[in-house]
Design a protein around this ligand. Structure first.
Ligand code: C2E
Length: 355
């Protein structure tokens, strides 16, 4: 059964009113606005309490993460059927792009052959015009000249049309590239979104597993972000997300890969880099964030220190991407437990847990 059918089964099934009450109770408890989108999220969560969406909501609630419009949109983009639509857009885009390539090549071939045809006629015209005696030759020459002029005119029209079509193809391609970028980008921070991150982690993991090269994953989370939002409001909270996103975006520039993973959670993939080096680098980064004084734009008040906690894990031989992510997450929570504003290497976190 697909997600739409599942949702239909929930809203029209025998348990519909009971689940609606559970969903609304949860929304009140989590201080979530009862918008249609949020209602759909929590109703699905009530209907399928072990689904990835419900587990994510449970995890965020346990961590005290606020369910802001931005975080709910991330949940929806990741877990609602809309994300399937994104897949379809990407697939359709790929197909359209291939079609456009074919059309573009056909246009160029037609362009070349029409030019060649014009050139051949022009050559024949000049050869015939050198035979200067008989009347029949004159007739042929004159017929050929007329045909040539006509073909030249047709060529000019065709070339104009081809030029216009080629421009249109290029515009369509740019538009398509923009749509694809939007589908994989977090609008607030301009980093990759969770969906793009999941795909990239899969690819990076496969590449590392194949080549045997090292790879490190970091997850980072803004400390006490809920408290910050409650104090300063969501708009200022969004500015903080943008700030942290811009710093992590610089650190995570290609060939690394930085993403906004959830509400106030970020992740960076470091292909070919060891955890110890990444750990040191991120310690400098979080120090830079903590030492910056941000101001509320409307009043110029100082916002107080923004701190970030992080967890770092290096891929082990034979480890799955999911297990790597879990170890990085566990290291992040070790940082939180250890007092925040720090980065923990998963190896060290394991040592602490074992002690
Ligand atoms: P933004 O407001 O779009 O600013 C983008 C970049 O323009 C900033 O990147 C910074 O390089 C530059 N910029 C903007 N305003 C100023 C300014 O008043 N003075 C200086 N020296 N440079 C400025 P940056 O610093 O990485 O910040 C990225 C985003 O983080 C900003 O986007 C904004 O959304 C947020 N942010 C950064 N600092 C503050 C702050 O003090 N207060 C608030 N409310 N948001 C901030």
């Amino acid at each position: 059964m697909d997600s739409t059918a599942e949702f239909e089964a929930i809203v029209r099934g025998p348990d519909a009113y009971r689940l609606a009450r559970i969903a609304l109770d949860m929304m009140v408890r989590h201080k979530v606005w009862p918008t249609p989108l949020n209602y759909e999220l929590w109703l699905r969560c009530a209907g399928e309490p072990r689904s990835p969406l419900a587990l994510e909501i449970e995890r965020m609630a346990a961590a005290g993460a606020p369910f802001t419009d931005a975080t709910c949109e991330v949940l929806a983009a990741t877990h609602l059927p809309k994300s399937r639509l994104t897949d379809e857009i990407r697939d359709a885009g790929d197909q359209l792009s291939r079609e456009l390539d074919t059309v573009s090549r056909a246009i160029q071939a037609a362009h070349r052959s029409s030019q060649a045809y014009g050139a051949t006629l022009a050559d024949a015209t000049s050869e015939l015009s050198e035979q200067n005696d008989t009347g029949s030759l004159k007739t042929i020459v004159s017929g050929l000249s007329g045909a040539t002029r006509q073909v030249e005119e047709e060529n000019r029209v065709l070339q104009k049309q081809l030029k216009e079509s080629t421009n249109e193809v290029h515009q369509l391609r740019d538009h398509l590239a923009q749509v694809r970028r939007d589908a994989t980008t977090d609008a607030l921070t301009n980093l990759a979104n969770r969906k793009a991150f999941d795909a990239e982690l899969h690819h990076a993991h496969q590449a590392a597993a194949r080549s045997g090269a090292c790879m490190t994953l970091a997850v980072l989370d803004i400390d006490h972000f809920k408290r910050f939002n409650d104090t300063w409001g969501h708009q200022t909270g969004d500015q903080v997300l943008r700030y942290v996103g811009s710093v992590l975006g610089r650190v995570g520039a290609a060939p690394r890969f930085a993403a906004r993973y959830g509400g106030e959670e970020f992740a960076i993939i470091f292909p070919g880099e060891k955890a110890a080096a990444v750990h040191g680098m991120l310690q400098d980064v979080i120090q830079e964030v903590a030492s910056r004084t941000l101001r509320r734009r409307s009043t110029n008040e100082e916002l107080g220190a923004i701190t970030v906690s992080g967890g770092v894990a290096e891929l082990k031989a034979g480890e799955t991407a999911h297990a790597l992510l879990e170890r990085a997450d566990a290291a992040l929570y070790a940082s939180k437990r250890g007092g925040r504003n720090r980065v923990t290497n998963a190896q060290a976190a394991k040592g602490v847990a074992a002690a």
